[in-house]
Ligand binder design. Structure first.
Ligand code: NI
Length: 256
């Protein structure tokens, strides 16, 4: 039985948890989970993340606009995020970033909203939680220019990209994808990355690790990810969990 598990990226406000959210979150302490960062993806889920995290000692939240949610943003969205961040449970601006997998016709708008939120995070002295899919080149260029603190979550890039991210002082978040049979790059990154720069995450309800792949994910499945990373690196899974938890607390300044 593992302990000291910190899920650095979850979406417990998702409707997939409507059926049993209270029971599930209530079972976490018994499951060895010591912390969760719940991420917003738009203004509504950011607000809900604030409300939910205020109900659980172990839960923190990030507020932000995901690249798939950049259309029709109110002109004062940054003020709303700023207000939401004025809460002791708010530990980051996220998730924010670029996603060219789903949309390529609004790249400029995605970049604008990403940069605006990075500047807000810097103003507030908060780290960012970055989503980057099929957009590693533009994401890196923006990160290099603005040099925020933060994490590249659900990292899907190559070892070469990982090196650039680490050089910027940022962390890399790994989740269920490292366990997938076709996962070549995440496994190479897991092998390469030193334990002091790695965060563990679910991105639940999505990305459930093997052998739960395709099911609803939750933080209690993180040990499958830690076991895979431990196997690749030749270290005990609990050691992977402990290192990632320490990194999460350091990055988000959580002195529990
Ligand atoms: Ni996410």
């Amino acid at each position: 039985m593992y302990k000291n598990i910190f899920d650095s990226h979850a979406h417990y406000t998702d409707k997939a948890f409507n059926i049993d959210r209270t029971d599930l979150l209530g079972s976490f302490t018994e499951s060895g989970i010591c912390g969760v960062i719940n991420c917003g993806a738009d203004l509504e889920s950011s607000r809900e993340s604030a409300t939910l995290s205020n109900q659980y000692d172990f839960m923190y939240f990030a507020c932000g606009i995901h690249p798939e949610e950049v259309d029709n943003l109110p002109s004062d969205y940054l003020d709303t995020l700023k207000t939401l961040s004025n809460n002791k449970k708010c530990v980051a601006i996220g998730e924010i970033g670029l996603d060219y997998y789903w949309r390529q016709d609004n790249k400029e708008l995605q970049k604008k909203v990403f940069v605006e939120q990075i500047l807000l995070a810097k103003e507030l002295n908060l780290p960012i939680i970055v989503h980057s899919r099929d957009a590693h080149e533009d994401t890196l260029a923006i990160l290099k220019e603005h040099k925020p603190k933060g994490v590249l979550h659900c990292f899907s890039g190559s070892v070469e990209t990982a090196k650039e991210v680490l050089k910027l002082g940022m962390y890399i978040g790994l989740g269920g994808a490292v366990t997938f049979k076709n996962a070549k790059k995440p496994v190479e990154v897991a092998e390469f990355i030193s334990l002091d720069r790695l965060l563990l995450e679910t991105d639940c309800p999505y990305m459930a690790p093997v052998p739960m792949r395709g099911k609803r994910n939750d933080s209690s499945y993180i040990p499958y990810v830690a076991e895979k990373i431990g196997e690749v690196k030749g270290v005990d899974p609990q050691e992977v969990i402990d290192a990632a938890t320490e990194n999460t607390k350091r990055l988000f300044e959580l002195y529990l």
